[in-house]
Every structure is written in C-alpha cells, then in structure tokens.
Design a protein around this ligand. Sequence first.
Ligand code: SAM
Length: 230
Amino acid sequence: MPVATAWLDVALMQGIMAAFFGLLLRQAWWWMIIHVLFFPLIVWFLLLQWGAWTYLLVSSVFILVFWRTITGNVPVFFSSQLVVQAVAELVEEKDIMHFAELGAGIGTVAKPLADNYPLLKVHAFENAPLLWLVNVWRSRKMFNLHAFRHCFWQVSLANYDLVFAYLSPSVMSKLGAKVRTEMRVGSLFVSSSFPVQNWEADTVIYLDDWQKTCLFCYVIKENHALEVHY
Ligand SMILES: C[S@@+](CC[C@H](N)C(=O)[O-])C[C@H]1O[C@@H](n2cnc3c(N)ncnc32)[C@H](O)[C@@H]1O
C-alpha cells in the first residue's frame, strides 16, 4: 500500500474514533463532521505538497478571520436574514437612534440596518482584522455605519439605545454584567441565541430560520453601576 494512502487511512480511523467518542459524549451532530474530516484534511493538504507559501497563506487567512476565537471563547458564524429582519423591526418599533453590534463580523446585521435606516447611527465592533476589513469595505460609502476594530469589552455601551450581540454562552454572564452596568435605563439589549444567565428576558423572539434562532430581549430597568466592585 502506498505510504500516502496508509497515512490517509490512519487519519480517517482517528477521525471516526473521535466522532465515536463525540457521540458517547453527546456532542452536537455537526461535531461529528468536524471530527471525521479534520485530521484527514490536514494529512491530505500535507500530501499535496504545494509550495510552502500556500500553507502560509491559508494559515494567515485563518488567523486573520478567527483571530481570538480560542482565547475569547467566541466562534465566527453569521446571523440569518430573519435575524436581520427581526432586529430591523425592533429598531423601527422602538424608534432607535443609536445602535451597536458587539462582534459584528462582516456586518451581516449592521450593514442592512444602516442601509435601510439612514438616520440610524450604527457602530459595529469587531476584533478579527479580516472580518473588520470586509465590513469597512462594505460600508465605505455609508455615513451612518462605522466599523471599529475594537474589542467590545473596552467599549462603553452608555450611548446606545439598542445593543445587539451574537456571541457564545461562555461570555454571556460577563456581558450581562457589563450591559447592566453601562447601558441607560430604558435602552434595549438583544442577544441572539444565548440568554444571559440569571436574568429573565422581557421578550423572546422565536425565528424560523435553519438555526431556529431565539432573540433574547432585555429592557434595562435600572442601572447597576453602583453595585459593581472592582
Ligand atoms: C458569532 S459571530 C457573529 C457575527 C455577526 N454579529 C453576525 O451576527 O452575523 C461573533 C463575532 O464576534 C467577534 N468577537 C468575538 N470576541 C470579540 C471581542 N472581544 N471584540 C470584538 N469582536 C469580537 C468574532 O470575531 C466574531 O466575528
């Protein structure tokens, strides 16, 4: 058997075993696809023996897109059209003037909102360089959308009427504390898919997209700034 095929077989067996343990650990179904394909794809790319610069290029693009995914605990994936529509309805219904998106990606939500509501001021915060650059390019002719390459933890939320986030369960508790400390009474925080622990949402909007997204809407009723001890 050629060495290359043998390596691919070993990699595939490793992937199948990883998927098997994934099943035992009751991981979501899409993890099985990742488990089965991850190692064989790495081996396959290595066996192709392309020029060294191609590997450098691919890894650079991955780094510029995924940036602090591992340390920040927030992966990259994008909102659906139904999410954009639902957030647009909230903007209209609540007469929102200042909107912020935390972890804006390529502007999937921020860009159409700014397009449809020229009087709405939209601030999009993203720390992955390539995603931010795409958003900068997409908003280059717009005056009401500003794409910042900032870590949203460093940004004050005091001036926004609506803050939207689609992040990950692991940051929601910390983000909830930030929101309650900084956002004005009467303003609205909307978290896509992930609720804030120990904070009951005022409204939950259920969407019929492929992810069956829920939008958890929190009206800020009191400012907790004085309760935070540093
Ligand atoms: C799940 S994606 C959501 C993208 C976009 N908001 C959407 O709904 O389509 C989360 C994004 O947050 C970004 N992100 C994670 N931590 C961040 C941080 N501390 N500051 C700024 N952006 C962050 C990631 O790079 C990623 O693009």
